[in-house]
Every structure is written in C-alpha cells, then in structure tokens.
Design a protein around this ligand. Structure first.
Ligand SMILES: [Zn+2]
Length: 177
C-alpha cells in the first residue's frame, strides 16, 4: 500500500504497450491498492496503471462517479473492452493526472459500455454517460498509449511539453533538496 509518483508526460512509459492480466493474484491486488492510494492522493477521478509506472491492462474509477457511494472502493477495470459507444458526442475540457494543470477540449461519445474483470475476478459490464463515459474512454485510452496531447496540434503540443518539463524539473529539484 503506497502512493506512487505519477508518471508525467513526456515520459516513454506512458506509450509502452500494455499487457493483459492473466490472474488476479496478490501482485494485482497490491497494484490495485497502490492505484487507489495514488488516485486519492491526487484527487483524481480515475487512474490507469501506466500512470504509476506499471504496464498491466488495468485502470480504476472513483466509486461515486461510477454510480456507487464515496464509502465504496474505487472500481477496478482489468483487461477492459469497450463494447459500444454512442454516435452522439460530448465536447468539454478534459484533464489527466499525467498532465498537471492542463485542460484540453476533447470530443468523446456521450455514452459507452465497457466490459472488464473486477478486482474480485468476476466479469462485469458498466454503462456510462456524460462524465462517466468520458472517464472510462479516457482511462481506456491510456491502455493503448493514447494521451491528451494526441487531441491537439503540434504547436499546442510543444507548448504543453515546455510547461510540463518545468513541472518535472521542479519535482526533480524537490527530490534532490
Ligand atoms: Zn489520464
């Protein structure tokens, strides 16, 4: 159980191919716990394993957003598959823990349906609308190496890169101090 440092873009680990989880064992449960601790430490709505430097196909979503209460545990999505997405879209600003303080307008389907394995090893399906659909598709993108900067042009991407390099330098300096 530990808060792990969030991998911030540009970092090659965010583009690494992800691997299927073959068995829900202690190491997967430990990863889930670290993901929960790390997401809550950053006040995130969701977090993918690649964002804490683990390339297994897994992400979590904050329980309230997923239709549960804040007393419930975050929902784990292991080896998720997007079953369907609506043709009607939503277009609003999106953030990402790997892009601190960066918000980008991203067009996404208004509704989606995802199937995944839970942390209990059972297959489940969830339908999401609006912000939940956005969150599910955003986290699922992480498992294919797709990132917020893939939705902007080269100029804006360069600007974001400069800004985040400064953030990363500041974190490195703090670690040295
Ligand atoms: Zn993200």
């Amino acid at each position: 159980m530990a808060v792990r440092p969030t991998v911030i873009w540009p970092d090659a680990r965010l583009r690494e191919p992800t691997v299927e989880v073959v068995e829900i064992d202690d190491s997967v449960r430990a990863l889930y716990q670290d993901l929960c601790d790390s997401m809550y430490a950053e006040n995130g709505l969701g977090m993918a394993a690649v964002q804490i430097g683990d390339n297994r196909k897994m992400f979590i979503v904050e329980p309230k957003l997923a239709g549960f209460t804040d007393k419930d545990l975050p929902i784990a999505f292991i080896n998720p598959v997007v079953l369907e997405s609506s043709d009607d879209v939503q277009d609003s600003e999106e953030g990402c823990l790997s892009f601190p303080d960066i918000y980008i307008k991203v067009k996404r389907p208004m509704r989606t349906r995802v199937r995944a394995l839970g942390i209990d090893g059972k297959l489940f399906e969830i339908s999401g609308e609006a912000l939940l659909a956005r969150c599910l598709l955003h986290e699922n993108d992480h498992l294919t190496g797709k990132l917020l900067v893939d939705f902007v042009g080269p100029l804006k991407r360069q600007m974001i890169k400069k800004k985040l390099q400064k953030v990363k330098d500041a974190i490195a300096e703090d670690a040295e101090a």
